[in-house]
Design a protein. Structure first.
Length: 276
């Protein structure tokens, strides 16, 4: 019993150090990507990794049996949404340098879990738990005094993770298969969001390239100017739309070549002499 307690404590400390130090450093290192993009990658790659572990530990028969329970699948879909929101909120806090707020959420999460367990699972609260809750509650009050606004990041982290833990307690499934199902069920949503994100980035690239091309053409008088001011703006808009439509029909590589040709043509005609 003491050996298991020691091993469990050792694993807990190791996981906490990994999550609190290595995890933060890693996600801060890749913070050039948006939180939603990191959440999508985390979901998809976790699902892929768990395919490998499920194969290695030969758990596919157990995996197939879980599909037979619609209730379990639905609950795992809910926990998948909750943990995705939790991941996104944590990554967002790192991107905006507000990790203290998110850390507060993980600190107050145990209190939320105790109350939810008492209300929904009828769990008993002994004297030691009451003392621990009171101490943590007083610590939270002390920490909240330093916040000028409501720590919505911390509350989101605490609420989502508490609800996640509550629902997972109602599901009799191993932690690895549970996470596998969660990421697998959320993966279609992640793929849709990822494709939309790529499309938005692509359209912004087309728009930016079009604006640059039109600006160069206008600056070097390669496009005839209208005499009326209103029609000048209309002309700008039409040329810009034409460029965007053109660039959206060709690969980005050739769009870059087109822009290079425009600049090269202007250089050859001596239009850059204005800068000398």
């Amino acid at each position: 019993m003491k050996k298991k307690l020691f091993e469990g404590s050792l694993y807990t400390v190791g996981a906490s150090l990994w999550w609190g130090i290595i995890g933060v450093i890693y996600f801060k290192f890749v913070s050039f990507a948006s939180p939603i993009e990191l959440t999508i990658h985390r979901t998809l790659w976790t699902a892929l990794l768990l395919v490998i572990t499920t194969t290695y530990y030969k758990k596919w028969s157990e995996f197939i049996n879980i599909w037979k329970s619609y209730r379990t699948v639905f609950l795992l879909f809910l926990t998948g949404l909750l943990v995705s929101i939790n991941w996104f909120t944590w990554l967002y806090s790192i991107s905006v340098n507000n990790m203290l707020d998110a850390s507060l959420g993980y600190y107050i999460f145990p209190i939320f879990s105790v109350f939810l367990g008492k209300i929904f699972l009828k769990e008993k609260i002994n004297r030691n738990k009451i003392i621990a809750i009171v101490l943590v509650f007083l610590s939270i009050i002390y920490l909240l005094i330093g916040f000028k606004n409501i720590p919505w990041i911390g509350l989101t982290v605490a609420i989502t993770f508490s609800l996640y833990s509550l629902i997972r307690k109602k599901i009799n499934i191993s932690s690895d298969l549970g996470l596998f199902f969660e990421t697998l069920l959320i993966s279609p949503i992640a793929i849709i969001l990822f494709s939309l994100l790529i499309r938005i980035i692509k359209e912004m690239y087309y728009l930016l390239t079009g604006i640059i091309a039109v600006s160069i053409l206008r600056y070097f008088n390669l496009i005839p100017k209208m005499t009326n001011k209103f029609w000048t703006y209309v002309d700008y808009a039409l040329v810009l739309i034409a460029f965007v439509l053109l660039l959206s029909r060709i690969p980005p590589f050739f769009a870059g070549i087109l822009l290079t040709v425009v600049i090269g043509y202007a250089w050859r005609k001596g239009y850059f002499d204005k800068f000398r």
